[in-house]
Design a protein around this ligand. Structure first.
Ligand code: ASP
Ligand code: MG
Length: 466
């Protein structure tokens, strides 16, 4: 099997070693995938995005060394290269940025190997680019080429496993055209782990997060969020879309293809687990809620609206020309609403205005909204339980087999999220219990309302930590 440790999970090396020992004892052969240690990727990115003075560069390098005690010659050579890049006046190229970012995972793998060895577990660090985890070569947002990677990755990993060592593979990046490291996008080590598991035809891949498995909502906003025990692949994909920090959005695909079960486990409470895949398609209704960042809904009013052939294609095509993705679309007879990122709305309006005018339409001022999705096969059947005031204020509603999405006004979206959670995912109040197993108490019997902790805490808006 394959197990991946996120950066935050690595902060507890004893628990990590214990988990590796336990999984090995249970499953025999084990491949570990690691992400960079907590904060390292962020630090590299901020360091590279601005010109640093000498003291700041020193501080960064010292901090990184301290995160990875005992990393040998290779680690030191990388630290020196990083120092040169940080002192440079020019922003590094995309290729060089990826090489520098990949250092985070390389340091982490070296450090974890030493930690495991000290804990009596024989292991070797493996660089994913050297291993031959091929990608399409798109710096910063690569896709893994499973077909091309298959033979070599299987052979190399199996060779190590046969020797009785635990391979520790760097997550977050793969191999580019010339053998260089190419990163997969933020949170990419989940995707790496799923791909490695698919290549090895492992029965399952475990993604170990420090605090929690997948929760029913962002716990920094919804205090009563609770673990979700099961998800289908389709539901998990839907959750990954806007709960960006839950899972890298590409994580599900390799697992689905190879029928690998994904287990998202909390390191703190190892019995807390979300199992993805390997589940029947029984519609169970809403399992979790996700919320997008604040985005903009642009209403376009057309006489004859969507009956005009090609109108959606034309609007989306104009947006595509300037690289603006349409995050959601709602249509009625005369109004087409398109949702775009807040930072892209100016660009979007500039290309939409002439198109709309040319078709005799009118464009209304964009409205800030948040897309809240109720995810779960058959969620639509529960529409009668959605609070009527939230449905009424929604600027758009859409449903698929696995989700119902609402565009709620950005002002007060957090309380909309809490109200939806209460209505759809919490037991009716008279049945609510007091504290369960040491978790945060909620419900009237505990004498407290389910008030969430303030946002902006250490989770920085994410639903769970890696
Ligand atoms: N270290 C990378 C990041 O922070 C990859 C990961 O954490 O999965 O995005
Ligand atoms: Mg991470």
């Amino acid at each position: 099997m394959v197990v991946k440790f996120g950066g935050a999970a690595l902060a507890d090396p004893h628990a990590v070693v214990a988990r590796v020992r336990d999984l090995r004892a249970r499953h025999g052969s084990l491949v570990v995938v690691v992400s960079a240690r907590e904060g390292v990727t962020n630090r590299l990115l901020t360091g590279l995005s601005a010109v640093r003075d000498e003291r700041a560069v020193e501080r960064t390098i010292t901090w990184i060394r301290r995160q990875h005690p005992g990393i040998g010659g290779m680690g030191e050579r990388q630290a020196a290269e990083l120092g040169r890049a940080l002192r440079g006046r020019e922003r590094p190229s995309a290729e060089r940025t990826d090489r520098l970012l990949a250092m985070g995972e390389r340091w982490a793998a070296e450090w974890l190997v030493q930690t495991l060895q000290r804990g009596g577990v024989a292991s070797t660090a493996i660089d994913a680019a050297e291993l031959g985890l091929w990608t399409d070569g798109r710096y910063g947002a690569a896709t893994i080429d499973l077909l091309r990677s298959r033979t070599r990755v299987r052979r190399e990993l199996r060779r190590r496993l046969a020797r009785g060592t635990v391979p520790v593979v760097t997550g977050f990046f793969g191999r580019g055209r010339r053998g260089e490291p190419v990163t997969l996008g933020r949170g990419g080590s989940d995707y790496s782990a799923s791909a490695v598991a698919a290549l090895l035809e492992a029965p399952f891949v475990e993604l170990v997060k420090r605090d929690a498995s997948i929760l029913s909502a962002d716990p920094t906003i919804v205090g009563a969020a609770r673990p979700v025990p099961r998800l289908t692949y389709a539901e998990a994909e839907e959750l990954a879309e806007f709960g960006a920090r839950v899972l890298h959005p590409m994580t599900v695909e390799p697992a689905r293809q190879a029928k690998v079960e994904i287990r998202v486990r909390s390191l703190r409470r190892p019995r807390e687990l979300t199992v993805i895949g390997g589940v029947g398609t029984r519609a169970s209704g809403v399992r979790a809620l996700t919320a997008s960042p604040v985005v903009r809904l642009v209403r376009l009013r057309f006489p004859g609206g969507r009956r005009q052939p090609g109108i959606l294609a034309e609007l989306c095509g104009r947006l595509a020309d300037v690289g603006v993705p349409v995050l959601q679309a709602f249509t009625s007879a005369a109004v087409i609403s398109l949702v775009v990122g807040s930072d892209r709305v100016g660009t979007a309006l500039a290309v939409l205005e002439p198109t709309v005018a040319g078709r005799g339409g009118r464009l209304e001022a964009p409205v800030p909204v948040v897309l809240i999705a109720a995810v779960g096969a058959g969620s639509i059947r529960q529409i009668g339980r959605f609070p009527p005031s939230i449905l009424a204020s929604a600027r758009g509603v859409s449903a698929t087999r696995v989700s119902v999405t609402l565009a709620v006004p950005a002002a007060g979206w957090r309380s909309s999220l809490r109200a939806l959670h209460r209505a759809l995912l919490e037991p009716p109040s008279r049945l609510r219990r007091g504290p369960r197993g040491g978790r945060r108490p909620f419900g009237p019997e505990s004498g407290r309302s389910p008030r969430p902790p303030r946002t902006g805490g250490h989770r920085s808006g994410g639903r769970i930590q890696s």
